[in-house]
Design a protein around this ligand. Structure first.
Ligand SMILES: *[C@@H]1O[C@H](CO)[C@@H](O)[C@H](O)[C@H]1NC(C)=O
Ligand SMILES: *[C@@H]1O[C@H](CO)[C@@H](O)[C@H](O)[C@H]1NC(C)=O
Ligand SMILES: *[C@@H]1O[C@H](CO)[C@@H](O)[C@H](O)[C@H]1NC(C)=O
Length: 296
């Protein structure tokens, strides 16, 4: 595995971007273990989407949901497992101890398979992803996953992407994904500014690896496995959230620099509640490595 990655890297074409923070990357692409030309990834750069965990400020008081306290969340303290409500996330999130930063996060999960919610204008969406620093660190996060959209006639399309906020989102047009496909995402923070992101469509045999350098400085304080009703980058408005078939996250795991294994035990299970107080999805733990997100 390691040597094949190295030889792929050596043979790879380099795609570089230069921005204020100096994020650059090298991408490789393969199908069924055979190297493909990385230009076939067709990476499309778009404005970044803030996938951060947001919470309605006055959730516990009587006043109507006022502003968002975007970073003031109640995610589980280390070792404590609890339920937390969010206005955009459903899934599991784990906070590490500051002295032992996150190094890797992994999971298999399915591409959301959507159904239109009645009485809500289409298009409707759901994203599923795996990431680092979406909860506490307030200037950056690193993540990769998929987004599905369902249109008025029930037709769906899905795409895979990665993003190191506040850098651009890169949509991986050349990596085919369909609702229900099994994916895996594997993110390694080699240090605060270097990372490797591997996005694989297990079912169709495609895999992309990007080696990122010079990224916005990570806190490496939390890990999350999420289904999201995200905010559109251009408008900062929340998209209409579709209903979806259960999304399982399997072999969900993270490791820290000191070699600690982090799973769903001790994670906060995050449920999504909209401003009207309606719970639109919940996550339920099966065991330390596996959990399911169900739509309501
Ligand atoms: C919330 O409502 C209850 C009953 O309606 C009232 O007794 C209480 O004082 C209110 N709390 C706040 C923070 O306004
Ligand atoms: C992050 O939080 C700190 C402390 O609350 C604040 O000073 C800083 O401006 C915040 N940064 C961003 C980008 O929100
Ligand atoms: C994640 O990728 C790293 C290489 O960056 C590899 O060593 C590790 O085994 C992968 N994890 C899983 C669960 O495949």
């Amino acid at each position: 595995m390691r040597s094949s990655i190295l030889s792929l890297l050596a043979a790879s074409l380099t795609i570089c971007t230069t921005t204020v923070t100096g994020l650059g990357f090298t991408a490789t692409f393969e199908k069924d273990g055979q190297e493909l030309d990385p230009s076939k990834l067709e990476l499309v750069k778009t404005p970044p989407t803030r996938h951060w965990h947001r919470q309605w400020k006055n959730r516990h008081s009587n006043s109507t949901a006022g502003g968002l306290t975007s970073r003031r969340d109640s995610l589980g303290k280390p070792g404590k497992e609890d339920i937390s409500y969010s206005d955009n996330w459903c899934g599991a999130a784990h906070r590490t101890t500051p002295s032992d930063p996150v190094q890797n996060i992994f999971a298999y999960f399915t591409v959301p398979d959507l159904k239109l919610r009645p009485n809500i204008p289409p298009p409707q969406f759901a994203a599923a992803w795996v990431g680092i620093d979406g909860a506490k660190c307030n200037w950056t996060m690193l993540q990769a996953g998929v987004t599905t959209v369902v249109n008025s006639n029930g037709g769906q399309s899905a795409s895979a992407w990665w993003e190191w906020f506040p850098e651009a989102t890169y949509t991986i047009k050349g990596l085919p994904v369909k609702p229900g496909d099994w994916m895996s995402v594997n993110i390694t923070a080699k240090d605060e500014t270097h990372a490797r992101v591997i996005v694989t469509n297990m079912q169709r045999g495609y895999a992309m690896t990007v080696e990122l350098a010079g990224g916005p400085k990570l806190c490496r304080e939390d890990t999350e496995w999420i289904v999201e009703d995200f905010y559109e980058a251009e408008t900062n408005k929340q998209v209409a959230f579709a209903s979806f078939s259960d999304v399982w996250f399997l072999d969900a795991a993270a490791t820290t620099v000191k070699g600690k294994n982090v799973g769903i035990d001790g994670s906060a299970l995050v449920h999504l509640k909209n401003p009207k107080g309606e719970v639109l999805c919940k996550s339920e733990k099966y065991d330390n490595s596996n959990f399911v997100v169900s739509s309501y």
